[in-house]
Write a protein that binds this ligand. Structure first.
Ligand SMILES: Cc1cc2nc3c(=O)[nH]c(=O)nc-3n(C[C@H](O)[C@H](O)[C@H](O)COP(=O)(O)OP(=O)(O)OC[C@H]3O[C@@H](n4cnc5c(N)ncnc54)[C@H](O)[C@@H]3O)c2cc1C
Length: 429
């Protein structure tokens, strides 16, 4: 049996659910096809299980892609205020942290998923899980979906299949072939918001420490990006929010075969000169009776102190007051410029998002409709837009989901009027 709907959405993640709700709100009968056993699996993992669903600070600066300005019309239609109102009406009391990150007051990502599913039920959005799509084709005015479970027809189609990050939550890249099949181009795809792998052997000695630092990314010796925050050092590389924020650029640099290096600055508030003075104070003025290692106690975590001394050629047992100026200058330099040569990133499995996706030059930013195939829309991470850490990727899912859902509903209304009849989709589900 072929069942007919106004809008058929592929993917019941954050963007697909948002598109479904807003499509139904604008009068469309909506079906969401999801290949996992449950909808919204990735949402449960967001924000360490707490779901950082948006951020007080918004703007183009928080989004990346070939054309970051692509996000603006969607954010204008459904930005921070609309997102907070939407979730408040659904039952989520937004709680903001001092840094502007918003979480549900429940502290549970599960509640965000639950209210979205409740709203889908309330608006009669049908979600079919465990669906294996064999093909999607446009036949005349309609999209025909052939699945293992049967056939479906939709006036409009929204692709919201995400990228390739965290495959176990369902985003395995299997949506991309449908998109290419419609003639759309994809930009290069790389893992983003992800740990970087480094070459230096000292990483094994400092693994496990966390320290405030500025991470500066250099590609072919040119500074490309930087971010300040709590750095995490692992046996194989560098991690933590500042590294996540610069990781997409590193991933693209590596993809293009360029030399990628991260310089770590553990005293970003000091100049090189002030750092030298600080070391002179600790080693020379107050260093009497102390070893070099003892002179650094209280400055950085102990493991980091040892590595910095070793890399500067200073023995930890050396008398502090007898350390040569040349070595102290080298130590001062390393404190602000510890070099980690980047050999790779962790894979999509460990990444929080995918950078790259459907080329946004082929999508109308005001409607999310394909410029190539009328009636085909996109929502969420599947497009070449990735946000910074801080709730921006979910904000993009809500904003683009709203626009795609609303525009697809308007599209089918126009088509129904043009066709001189209401759409034929009143077959029992
Ligand atoms: C561990 C982790 C933590 C994160 N934390 C945050 C956070 O706190 N804040 C934030 O803003 N962002 C966070 N993100 C990123 C954010 O979750 C995503 O950017 C967002 O979920 C993307 O939504 P989406 O709907 O576009 O894609 P997805 O959430 O990936 O959803 C895509 C859906 O499509 C389905 N699908 C895929 N292919 C097919 C197919 N062929 N047929 C049918 N269905 C298909 C998938 O199963 C999935 O349900 C985090 C990501 C991870 C992995």
């Amino acid at each position: 049996m072929n069942r007919q709907f106004d809008i058929i959405i592929v993917g019941a993640g954050a963007a697909g659910l948002a598109a479904g709700i807003h499509g139904a709100e604008h009068g469309a009968e909506v079906l969401i096809l999801e290949h996992m056993d449950r909808a919204g699996k990735k949402l449960l993992a967001t924000g360490n299980g707490k779901c950082n669903f948006t951020n007080e600070k918004q703007g183009i600066a928080y989004y990346r892609g070939k054309d970051p300005a692509f996000v603006l019309p969607a954010l204008e239609q459904f930005g921070l205020r609309e997102t907070l109102d939407f979730f408040r009406k659904l039952g989520i009391l937004p709680k903001s942290r001092r840094d502007g990150y918003y979480y549900p007051a429940s502290g549970q990502a599960a509640s965000v998923r639950e209210v979205l599913l409740m709203e889908c039920r309330r608006r009669n959005v049908t979600i079919a899980c465990d669906v294996g799509i064999r093909s999607i084709q446009k036949q005349g005015e309609f999209f025909l979906f052939r699945t293992k479970q049967g056939e479906y027809t939709g006036r409009a189609c929204i692709i919201a299949t995400g990228g390739k990050a965290a495959r176990k939550t369902g985003s395995d890249g299997s949506g991309f072939p449908y998109i290419v099949g419609f003639g759309h181009k994809l930009t290069d795809i790389v893992p983003a918001l992800v740990q970087l792998q480094g070459k230096q052997s000292f990483l094994r000695e400092i693994a496990g420490i966390r320290a405030e630092a500025l991470a500066e990314l250099y590609i072919n010796h040119e500074k490309i990006a930087e971010d300040l925050g709590e750095l995490q050092l692992t046996e194989t590389g560098v991690s933590g929010i500042p590294v996540f924020q610069i990781s997409r650029y590193a991933a693209y640099g590596l993809l293009q075969g360029k030399q990628v290096m991260v310089s770590l600055n553990f005293l970003p508030d000091y100049s090189d000169k002030q750092t030298k003075e600080l070391l002179r104070e600790r080693f020379v003025i107050y260093g009497e009776g102390k070893t070099a290692e003892e002179s650094l106690i209280g400055l950085f975590p102990a493991k980091l102190n040892r590595v910095l001394l070793k890399e500067s050629g200073i023995s930890p047992d050396e008398k502090a007051s007898e350390c040569r100026k040349q070595k102290l200058d080298r130590l001062a330099f390393l404190i602000r410029h510890l070099r980690v040569d980047i050999t790779g990133t962790r894979g999509f499995e460990q990444a929080q998002v995918t950078a790259g996706g459907v080329d946004t030059g082929e999508i109308c930013p005001k409607t999310m409709e394909s410029r190539l195939v009328p009636g085909l829309f996109f929502a969420g991470e599947v497009m070449d837009i990735d946000g910074m850490c801080g709730g921006y990727n979910l904000q993009w899912a809500w904003s683009s989901g709203y626009v795609a859902g609303k525009s697809a509903a308007e599209y089918r209304k126009r088509k129904s009027i043009q066709g001189g009849h209401k759409s034929r989709n009143r077959v029992k589900k």
